[in-house]
Design a protein around this ligand. Structure first.
Ligand code: XLS
Ligand code: NI
Ligand code: NI
Length: 439
């Protein structure tokens, strides 16, 4: 087995924050935060598609990155070399998990049968590498968007043959995820939506999408797959409108079709912002509904209107994200998957390491700040105080369900001037700054 990154050593933590070069300045895997190690709290994962398959192409030009494994003699040889390179990267970075689409790890054949055969061969190699290294699978998924057959969608396609093909592909992807001990299985519906309503039967498409998910739930029971099903919402791109627009519309869909007890969400930062929300908003909507499963840890560029999938270095978003994770009691099956790619001009193989280290440091800092905010209880105390009118008197009656319009009218008719407290947003923002700077 050759070493692909001979000039990169295992990335180590240093407490010298001004140290130059490739190292962790915040992420110290074994350091305890909130009673668990950073490694346990953060559960970092490598996204196979970006890191192992991405080449830096964009609509205006081909890839800029030449990866050493691309010189292999055939697609299957390349797939094997990629596996070795992926495990080298994860080991050197101390990343304990990875995620993949079926077509990231093995090439598509001319028939599904051939694709499945390719997949089986690579999966047995992946399984061996997992056993050798202790690296685990966070989630698997099926690519139901790249091949031209998915032009109208997968489970929402107008073409029943495509529905059938998609079902067969997901069946296999679930089997493979189970085989590798995957902790979750993700549905991201890139083409499950529409380009124009002029040709779209929205009701049928959503009914079919729900039927498809029920079939997945049934099959999981049949094969004893106990991973968590996750929906990854995204409002648009590639489709103009995707049915899993954001967490709130995802919850409505799941409840409408009786699927809500089987699914949680994989919330991606850049998808939340594309939907016009903050990352924290979508995380909170999932958490307060008991449906925050896992996270695609990246960030967008607020000046650009698409999914730029950048490595997460913005400390406000990493801090507020980790606050949501801590408030749900930490990850169980989920983790932080770097669905992110280095910029097109960061084309050197070493940039893979610098980029992941930047994201890992960004989240380590966010975790430390979030834990301190939790421990000190500043924000919680403020919020509790802000709603204290519901702790007694008329507010308590409202909360306890003892008030009605008539009793409230009786109360309100004699009220003189109503006094409100201040929201103190600027003060809270400056406290957040202090927490980030102080840890
Ligand atoms: C694309 C999505 C995709 C999912 C997995 O925008 O983020 O990469 O994470 O299908
Ligand atoms: Ni994603
Ligand atoms: Ni994305």
């Amino acid at each position: 087995m050759r070493e692909y990154f001979a000039n990169v050593k295992k990335v180590e933590y240093t407490d010298d924050r001004m140290k130059q070069g490739l190292c962790f300045r915040q992420y110290n895997a074994d350091e305890l935060v909130g009673g668990k190690t950073m490694k346990q709290q953060l559960k970092f994962s490598l996204a196979y598609w970006h890191t192992m398959c991405g080449e830096g192409s964009d609509p205006f030009g081909p890839g800029t990155a030449k990866r050493p494994w691309q010189s292999a003699s055939s697609p299957m040889e390349m797939a094997k070399e990629r596996v070795y390179a992926a495990f080298e990267i994860m080991q050197k970075l101390g990343i304990g998990y990875f995620c993949f689409h079926d077509r990231d790890i093995a090439p598509e054949g001319t028939t599904l049968k051939e694709s499945n055969k390719n997949l089986d061969e690579i999966v047995s190699l992946v399984k061996k590498m997992m056993a050798d290294t202790g690296i685990k699978l966070l989630w698997g998924t099926a690519n139901l968007f790249s091949n031209p057959r998915f032009m109208h969608g997968a489970s929402t396609s107008c073409n029943a043959d495509v529905f059938a093909y998609s079902a067969a592909q997901v069946k296999k992807a679930m089997e493979v995820t189970k085989e590798l001990g995957g902790e979750n299985y993700v549905f991201w519906g890139g083409r499950e939506g529409y380009e124009t309503l002029l040709n779209t039967d929205m009701k049928r498409e959503q009914d079919n999408m729900a039927r498809f998910m029920h079939m997945a739930v049934d099959y999981a029971k049949e094969i004893g797959f106990d991973g968590q099903f996750l929906i990854e919402p995204k409002p648009k791109e590639p489709a103009k409108h995707q049915y899993d627009f954001d967490v709130a519309s995802g919850i409505a869909f799941l409840r409408t079709y009786g699927l809500d007890s089987y699914f949680k969400f994989n919330v991606e930062a850049n998808h939340a912002t594309l939907a016009g929300h903050t990352f924290q908003h979508d995380l909170m909507v999932a958490r307060i509904n008991g449906m925050l499963g896992s996270i695609d840890a990246n960030q967008g560029d607020m000046l650009l209107g698409w999914d730029t999938d950048q490595f997460p270095t913005d400390l406000y978003t990493t801090t507020l994200c980790m606050l949501e994770v801590l408030k749900m009691g930490g990850f169980t099956k989920g983790g932080l998957n770097f669905d992110a790619k280095p910029r097109r001009a960061s084309y050197k193989p070493e940039d893979i390491f610098y980029a992941h280290a930047a994201g890992m440091d960004g989240f380590a800092k966010g975790l430390k700040a979030a834990q301190k905010i939790m421990d000190d209880g500043v924000l919680d105390r403020f919020v509790t105080e802000r709603y204290s009118s519901y702790a007694a008197g008329i507010g308590k009656e409202i909360s306890d369900g003892k008030a009605d319009f008539k009793s409230l009218e009786t109360y309100a008719l004699d009220l003189k001037e109503i006094e409100n407290s201040s929201g103190m947003q600027e003060y809270l923002e400056s406290m957040l700054n202090e927490y980030i700077m102080s840890v």
